[in-house]
Design a protein around this ligand. Structure first.
Ligand code: CDP
Length: 213
């Protein structure tokens, strides 16, 4: 088992916000794995180049890009496309596992689509965060600074990504009995965080990593 909180779920479910709050509360190190895929997609970094990059170099590259560049509807769709490629997923999985190893003394929180299924199936705690499609689109619409994008565009973009992320052959977004499923549709951020925090605490207390919490 690894001292990791694995958080998976669809776009706009609130998993990024919750992952950050959990990391800050327990003093774990946070990795937004979507950011890695978005960076590769935005810069069209070739596979041969990614294979030579360490996780720190890829994170440094990501930090040179703005939220608007990375999270635009166009780059979101492109990201979902490249995320289907097995060779890309393979090298990205290795980078994420290196990150987990690097911070194994402190504990890590990773959020994405295949964290608990592929990247770290033996994570100490696995959370699946979800919410209704309409509510997720509403949240993403409020978040996005680019008001040239309409609610309908965001709704359709998320709907399409949901389908792609769930139906792809390699590492699809899926939830099994090893996850704790949390539906945040009717919850405030604080309410969802309280539930997550308790689940993380319980899982770590019942493991060899009790001293981490
Ligand atoms: O924030 P949001 O949930 O909208 O997306 P994200 O986590 O930044 O991920 C963007 C896209 O990257 C997703 O729609 C997936 O296609 C892909 N992704 C993935 O395949 N595997 C991951 N571990 C993370 C992201």
């Amino acid at each position: 088992m690894k001292p990791v909180v694995a958080i998976d779920g669809p776009a706009g479910s609130g998993k990024g916000t919750l992952a950050r709050m959990i990391a800050s509360h327990f003093n774990f190190v946070y990795l937004d794995t979507g950011l890695l895929y978005r960076t590769v997609a935005f810069l069209s970094i070739p596979l041969i180049k990614i294979r030579t990059m360490g996780i720190k170099e890829l994170l440094d590259t990501a930090s040179t890009l703005t939220n608007e560049q990375l999270r635009s509807a166009g780059n979101s769709a492109r990201t979902s496309d490249i995320a289907k490629m097995p060779e890309i997923r393979d090298v990205m999985t290795h980078l994420q596992q290196n990150f987990i190893d690097l911070y194994k003394k402190q504990g890590t929180v990773l959020d994405g689509r295949d964290i608990g299924t592929v990247v770290v199936p033996d994570a100490c705690c696995k959370l699946f965060i979800t919410a209704d499609l309409k509510e997720r689109a509403r949240r993403r619409f409020i978040d996005l600074k680019d008001k040239n994008t309409t609610f309908d565009e965001i709704f359709n973009n998320i709907k399409l990504r949901d389908i792609q992320d769930k139906s792809r052959k390699i590492a699809p977004l899926t939830c099994d009995e090893t996850y704790i499923m949390i539906d945040t549709t009717d919850m405030s951020v604080q309410e969802s965080f309280k539930i997550c925090r308790e689940e993380v605490k319980k899982a770590f207390m019942n493991s060899e990593f009790r001293s981490f919490v």
